[in-house]
Design a protein around this ligand. Sequence first.
Ligand code: IPE
Ligand code: IPE
Ligand code: MG
Length: 246
Amino acid sequence: MAEEFPEGIDPRRVPAHVACVMDGNGRWAARRGLPRTEGHAAGETALWDTVEGALALGIRWLTMFAFSTENWRRPPDEVRYLMHFNEDLLVRRRDELHEKGVRIRFAGRRDWRVPRRVLRRMDESVALTEKNRRMTLTMAFNYGGRAEIVDAVRQLVADGVRPERVDERAIRARLYHPDQPDPDLVIRTSGEYRISNFLLWQLAYSELVFSDVLWPDFRRQHLYQAVAEYQRRERRYGGVRVDRGA
Ligand code: IPE
Ligand code: IPE
Ligand code: MG
């Protein structure tokens, strides 16, 4: 791939993990007088362009919020559409992702509401790509940050961990993907300034970038802008700046 590295971005300070709340599909459709589901369909182009952009930047971990534990509250038709849309998208794109060296993963609850066939496609995609290491693409699907913490606590109890042994490491080790670094950068589209139950534990020190672009209009250039913004931030983790003197 002889693709050029995007201008204006320092290749030495590319975030290792970028997470993205893909929001605004419904409003994108409404503005065009279309049903909400057309907005979800149009979001596919945005998703793949973002994946390509992340690959061009050399981002190692990309996590995309596709369906939240609260999204079941939507009208049944929309929920049904989203389930099958995600399944369909996987089947159509997994070979291409595999060829590009992308490892596909999922984060979320495998509960009874997720159709079996969808779970099967997810498992197949994970198995197909599990040896790939160029980038890990995690689809947060039926995912909730609180649910993830609840699941970790349940596991702690099931493991019989004594209270004095419960620390951050013990909790982290029981999250859905303990090997995954915390996101350096989180992007939320559509002009909403909230987290909506995404990666609550992992976001403790992430840099947040909010974009007014509705998800279906999002392209790799917007990702590059967000990364450039990230590179202008100063991360302190509660400490003081030591690198440049007083
Ligand atoms: C994001 O777009 C997609 C999902 C949450 C599945 P929305 O469907 O939330 O679009 P808006 O926020 O209503 O515009
Ligand atoms: C967050 O978007 C969930 C996903 C992008 C999958 P929502 O549209 O569900 O969030 P709220 O309701 O605006 O907070
Ligand atoms: Mg929304």
